[in-house]
Design a protein around this ligand. Structure first.
Ligand SMILES: Cc1cc2nc3c(=O)[nH]c(=O)nc-3n(C[C@H](O)[C@H](O)[C@H](O)COP(=O)(O)O)c2cc1C
Length: 300
């Protein structure tokens, strides 16, 4: 499988598919298992300075073509997460620490701890769409994004990835503000909602949530393509990937690697090995030596 290896966001991956933040990654055993079954790396659940319980249920609704969630960033807090990372790293593949905070100082504290725990890179959650004071509220302010990314780049030695939101008017100004990072990760979930017509009320306790799964693939592809074409940044694509064809679309739009989240639930853990096999067959059929030869080939 050597020709599936890629360099993305300052790290080397044996396989190009990465477990996305928030799906089967709140504990080390499940991350390790997914890594052993064909993911090239795993991103942890987003971790903050203090633990949070998240919102009361319902926190997830199936919409037919995707999933709407408003979990509320439940997590045990950074001081209680080192063991999970140690466990996941036993798979011998990179583990990436996802972190969230409301200011550059807290992001730096979290990144330093993640780095001490042994992660290969940190992914900044600048994009969770449903928690006040965090996520998109931070990630839609270009000056704040720039300050956070440059603070971390000036202080820690591991790569820094900036995960951005599709819920902004001008993606290019935000991506540009994050351009000191080793990669931008596009996209987090798309803001949406669902209504129970019998209860005559929103289904999610938080009312609004974030849409993920196959219905958001065209949105993610457009943002990856636009940022790659206009700014030439290194990109890790995510949003609605469940097959090797979806993954190839993201690569051809300009991604160096890709992440898979919701499809772990719809397709099961075998999704990574199936994608790897499909990519290999395509490359064999069309004489492609390394996947990176296809990066951005669709850009016009
Ligand atoms: C239940 C759930 C929880 C998530 N939690 C996080 C999170 O903690 N941090 C984060 O950056 N993204 C989180 N995401 C977003 C995913 O990492 C991903 O960006 C998004 O779901 C789009 O990819 P997909 O269509 O493959 O799921 C979450 C998504 C879901 C469905």
């Amino acid at each position: 499988m050597s020709h599936l290896n890629v360099k993305a966001g300052g790290i080397s991956l044996k396989e190009p598919g990465i477990l996305a933040s928030g799906i089967l990654d709140e504990n080390g055993y499940s991350m390790k298992r997914i890594l052993l079954e064909g993911a090239g790396a795993a991103v942890t659940k987003s971790i903050g300075i203090d633990g949070r319980d998240g919102y009361n249920p319902p926190v997830v609704v199936e919409t037919g073509s995707g999933i709407l969630n408003a979990m509320g960033l439940p997590n045990p807090g950074i001081d209680n997460f080192s063991e999970e990372i140690t466990l996941a790293m036993k798979a011998g593949k990179p583990v990436i620490g996802s972190i969230f905070a409301s200011n550059a100082n807290d992001f730096l504290k979290l990144a330093e701890k993640m780095s001490d725990y042994g992660v290969a890179a940190v992914e900044l959650n600048l994009s969770c769409p449903h928690v006040k004071g965090f996520g998109t509220e931070v990630g839609s302010d270009p000056a704040l994004v720039k300050e956070i990314v440059s603070t971390l780049k000036g202080s820690i030695s591991i790569p820094v990835w900036a995960k951005l939101s599709p819920n902004v008017t001008d993606i290019l100004s935000i991506a540009n503000a994050a351009s000191d990072s080793d990669a931008v990760v596009l996209i987090n979930t798309v803001r949406g909602m669902a209504i129970d017509i019998y209860a005559r009320s929103p289904i999610l306790t938080n009312r609004y949530g974030g849409l993920s799964g196959s219905s958001i693939k065209p949105v993610g592809l457009r943002l990856v393509y636009e940022v790659r074409k206009e700014l030439g940044l290194e990109i890790i694509g995510v949003g609605g990937i469940s097959t090797w064809q979806d993954a190839l679309e993201y690569i051809m739009a300009g991604s160096s690697a890709f992440q898979v989240g919701t499809a772990l639930w719809s397709n099961g853990r075998k999704v990574f090995s199936e994608i790897n096999q499909g990519l290999e067959s395509y490359m064999k059929e069309f004489g492609v030596g390394n996947l990176m030869e296809l990066r951005g080939v669709a850009i016009r």
